[in-house]
Structure formats: structure tokens, C-alpha cells
Design a protein around this ligand. Sequence first.
Ligand code: TYD
Length: 133
Amino acid sequence: MMMNKRKIIRFKDIGDVRGGLISLEEEENIPFIIKRVYFLYNPNTEMSRGFHAHKKLEQVVVCLKGKCRFILDDGIERISYELNKPTEGLYIGNNEWREMHDFSDDCVLAVIASEKYDESDYIRDYKTFKSNV
Ligand code: TYD
């Protein structure tokens, strides 16, 4: 499972009468080797975040609770995605500008990442991003 474009990945819910259960496995329903997982929670609902692209990093974002809206921009097309269920993940390839807006109070995002944290992988200036795509 290799990919390089933005895409919603639908996860199979393997839960039963006791409740839902989703399992994420590298190179199965996550299209890369998992090097890092981080959470965004207790959002300041007045604020947006993101506003950067990555040179190399690929991510899958899963909204475990609540909702938020992602904007992905590959330099050609800007698409908005509302994330509001744990049964789907938003795959974000490299060289995609991302913004996160409209967090609900209870929003919890799990982010599955292909690389450890590396500040030098960030492109934080939109003009620089645009001139590289
Ligand atoms: P940042 O990626 O800028 O947040 P967002 O894109 O969600 O607005 O991260 C905020 C700060 O946290 C920044 O100083 C980098 C640091 N950070 C880490 O140290 N490790 C991590 O895994 C992440 C995602 C961020």
C-alpha cells in the first residue's frame, strides 16, 4: 500500500457488541512504517493551527472524538475535509500545505507519522512552499 496523494482511508471496524475497535498497522492500513504518534487534544477552539508543509513526512490523521476541518493544498488545488469519526484517517503525503480549523471543544486527533520530529523537515512559509511545487 504505497501512496503519495491526499486520501481518506476507511478503516475496518473489527468491534462487536461490546463496542468499536479499530487497529492500525504499518504497511497494512497505514501506508508507511510508523516512527511517531502524537495527539492533539484540549484545543483552543478560537484558533487554527498547522500552516505548514513537510518535505518528507507522511501522516495519517484520525479524529478519535469531536471534529475538526482540515484544508489540504498541493499548490494546485485546496480541498477541505471534515474529520469526525475514528473509522477514517486522512492520509497527507509530503509537500502538502495543511491547515486545521474549526476544532470542537472535545476534539482529539491522533496523528500517525512516518518520521520522528525534525524541525528541518518543515516548510512554514506559504510562498516558499508554492515556489517548490
Ligand atoms: P507544530 O507541528 O508547529 O504544530 P501544528 O502544526 O499542529 O500547529 O508543533 C508545535 C510545536 O511542538 C513545535 O514547536 C514543534 C513541537 N513538536 C514536537 O516537538 N514534536 C512533535 O512531534 C510535534 C508534532 C511538534
